[in-house]
Every structure is written in structure tokens, then in C-alpha cells.
Design a protein around this ligand. Sequence first.
Ligand code: ZN
Length: 198
Amino acid sequence: MEKPKITFDTPAFTYDELESQLDAYEKNPEGYKHDEPSIISIRQGIRAGRAGSVAVGGCLLHHDKLISENMSKANSPYHRLDLHAEMVLLNELEDRLCDDKKPGMRNYTLFTSQEPCPMCLARICFSQVGKTYYVYRDAHSPEAGELTNYERMPEGFKILGSRLVVEEADCSPVLKEIARQVWLNSIDHAVDEWLERY
Ligand SMILES: [Zn+2]
């Protein structure tokens, strides 16, 4: 059978250039309330990309206070394809909350540099993490489409998630474009690695 083909835009900048753009960006928390966690998530995304995974990162807040940040570990050091950034962060949190029967998940906020995939959205619904914000969503990329991934979840998940917020982050469009470019630097190579495993 023929190997499936998915084409993505060619990135216009390297990780080094994108990191410089991030350093040069002056955050504007009054204008965009999610600039700060968005920048942290993108930096983690660059880390993930440099390590060989899809360049997505994220962070977790508890009552608006940063409690952790991490990155996708799905392709590297070896293929653990469940370890998207969201999963890594929620794994850590659930381990930390292991003795807590009523952890008040509504008080946690998850940030990611890219729109969560359906696997991570299912986990978000199961875990009941109160709010999830993603820096960038590319409605034109082949894996996206008109509807958000969250809008396309099966009905049962929508019921589970009916009290949750899952939306694009309120951050500068400058950061959204940097997040997109970061991701584009990693996606071709990662997809090819998955398909080569067939
Ligand atoms: Zn995912």
C-alpha cells in the first residue's frame, strides 16, 4: 500500500530565529491576558522540537499560578506516542494528586502551544481540567478544518466536557504565528517517522 502523504507549509524561520523573535516580543498582559503562559508554552515547544518530537509545549496553572511546564516527548528519546505535551503535564499532575480524591480540577488551567489533538482532548474530558487554552489553531492545515477538534469530539465526550473551557488563548497574534512556525519546523519529520514504522 502506498504511504499516505500529508503536506504542510514550509517554515519561514528556524528555531534560533523564532527564539530571537520570542525574546524580542514585549509581552502585553493587559492587552492579551494569556501572553505569559503562551510564551512559556512556545519555549517548551521549541525545546521539544530540538529534542526531535513535534514542537509542542505547554504549562499548567493552579488558580492562575504557574505550577509546571513541559513538552511533548512522543518521538524522542524513543517513540512513546501518547506523550504529547498535554499528556506529559496531566500525567505529572495526576501523579502529584494521587492521594487526593477531590482535587478540584476546575481550578487548573492547561496551556499548550498548539490546538490539542483528539487523543489529548479525550484525556482533558476524562481529567476534568477546568480550562484549556491553546496558542495556535491553523484552520487551513490538513489535519484541521472548519470545526475545532473539540467541536468534533463524540457526543459522550462533549457531555463529559460540558463544564470545561477549551479555546484559543487570548494572546498576541505575533505569538500565534511564532507558535505555528515552531510547529512547522517539526511536523514533516515527525509524521514521516510515524509512517516509516508501518
Ligand atoms: Zn495530543
